[in-house]
Each structure stands twice: as C-alpha cells, then as structure tokens.
Design a protein. Structure first.
Length: 278
C-alpha cells in the first residue's frame, strides 16, 4: 500500500533514495523495483531486519533491475549518518507526527538532500485523524504514538521554513479512514471485533485484487476522506551571493557557513517509524 504517488515523484534508474523512517519498507521496495539505489532507515531494529530480509528476497527473485541496490540500516532521523547532499530523493512517510522535534527532522532531511532533489512527506490528514483522537485516547497516548495533528497549511509552512519549495499535494487512502475509526471505537488493540475483522478482510482483498470498483471509489473519496495528506517539494539550488560592482576580487563569493552544515539541534535522540499501515 503506497502513499506516495510516483507519477508525481518520478525516479530515474540509479537515483539515490533515502526512505527515512521506513517502517516495514513499503516505499523502499517500490523505489528498489524502479531501479533506484535505496537506503531504508529506521530506529526500530526489528523492522530494519525485516526490511533487509525482504530486500534480499527481492534481489534473489530478480524483482529489481540491474544497477539497482538497496540496504536497510538502523539510525536516528535527527542525526543522519550521511554527508551533505547525499541523496537525489527522500521519502518521509507517516513519521513527522511521531517526532517532538519535527523541525530538526526536516533540517536533517534537507541537509542530506542534494540541491534540485525531491522530497515526499506524508502525514495523517487533519479531519480523519481528529476523529480517531476523539474516539480513543489509546490511539495516540502511547509511547511512540502520534503527538500532533497537522493541518495541510501547517505542514506546507514547515517545509517552506526548512528551505524547501512545495510543488504538489494530494490525499490518499480514503478506504482506510473508516477502518481506523472502527478500531478506535471498539479498542485500538481489539483485533477480534467483528466489524474490524470484516473491514480488514475488505482492505486485504482490495490490496491483493485491486478491483476497478474500489479503485474508482477511493479516487473519488480521497479528497473528502483520505486518511493521509501527501506533500511534494524540491530543494532549490543555492543562489550565488553577489555584491555591488567594484566590491573587490572576492565579489560573488559566499561568506556564510556551508549550506549543508549539520544544525545544532540535529543530534537529539529521537526518530520515527511508519507504523500506521493496515
């Protein structure tokens, strides 16, 4: 189940891609299939090991084209173990709502993204998420749970503050919103409740069979009920600094610190993991 729309987030074979807070690896797998060189990073060691296992299985099955590469690593989203400008594209899916220092996370993401690179950020949408919070405290008041709800304009403002230029948005997973409302109504951990089990079977059937009827229904409902809000942005190329004519032999040279330097707040010990899949 992909949240990022790869028609709006195009990848070329050989692109260096970081799936930041990869969780179970769903977006990393798709990038790998598209021929990218992928790093799937998460702080949850067990999920990293599972993702690494699936990537190895894909490799053995020949699901990725020649030249593609993929690795899963354990790491901190606020202190990424990569040099500046390391990646052509970043995916941050269902992560930022977990992170106290969301500005620090974006600062690190921008640091490792090359100028001209793309980033896709997805978060739970405000309306459907508000319903979940109203129905269940257990849905969000847990360790590692959701600590905030973003409005669309708030997330876009965060991206701009980080130096990014948004270029598109959409909503996704309308069919999944009622599933989470049901879970919140009967108890988030109550997997035995008949409505939850029945709806989950519907979602699995839809995922496996991809029938036209549900695809069309979800596409029509996404603008109203879409569970996720997705934003796409680019990191602009740095404009050279210029000075008035006659300023001397160093006219046009940059005098500020290196644009990709690690921010002071990027060493906090927190990160996120995409656990909101069904």
């Amino acid at each position: 189940m992909l949240t990022v729309d790869f028609t709006r987030f195009p990848l070329a074979p050989g692109d260096r891609v970081l799936d930041l807070g990869c969780g179970a690896g769903r977006h990393a797998f798709e990038c790998y299939r598209r021929g990218a060189r992928v790093v799937a990073l998460d702080r949850d060691g067990e999920e990293v090991r599972q993702t690494a296992g699936w990537l190895a299985a894909m490799r053995e099955a020949g699901e990725a084209p020649a030249g593609a590469a993929a690795v899963a690593v354990e790491g901190d989203a606020l202190a990424l173990p990569f040099p500046d400008d390391s990646f052509d594209a970043l995916i941050v899916s269902e992560v930022m709502e977990h992170i106290p220092d969301d500005k620090g996370l974006l600062a690190e993401a921008v640091r490792v993204l090359r100028p001209g690179g793309r980033i896709a950020v997805t978060v739970p949408r405000y309306g459907p998420e508000r319903v979940c919070w109203a129905l269940s405290d257990a849905y969000h008041e847990v360790e590692g749970g959701h600590i905030r709800i973003y409005r669309a304009d708030q997330l876009l403002a965060r991206l701009r503050e980080a130096g990014l230029r948004p270029y598109g948005t959409h909503h996704a997973h309308a069919l999944h919103a009622p599933y989470w409302w049901l879970k919140c109504a009967v108890g988030v951990d109550n997997e035995r409740a008949l409505p939850v089990r029945a709806y989950h079977r519907l979602l699995v059937w839809d995922l496996m069979k991809k029938p036209l009827a549900t695809r069309v229904t979800e596409r029509l409902l996404d603008p109203v009920l879409g569970k996720s809000f997705v934003a796409y942005a680019t990191k602009p190329h740095t404009e050279p600094h210029t000075e008035p004519q006659g300023a001397g032999p160093h006219a046009g040279a940059r005098t500020d610190a290196h644009a990709g330097a690690r921010p002071a707040n990027a060493r906090s010990s927190a990160t996120g993991s995409a656990r909101d899949e069904s």
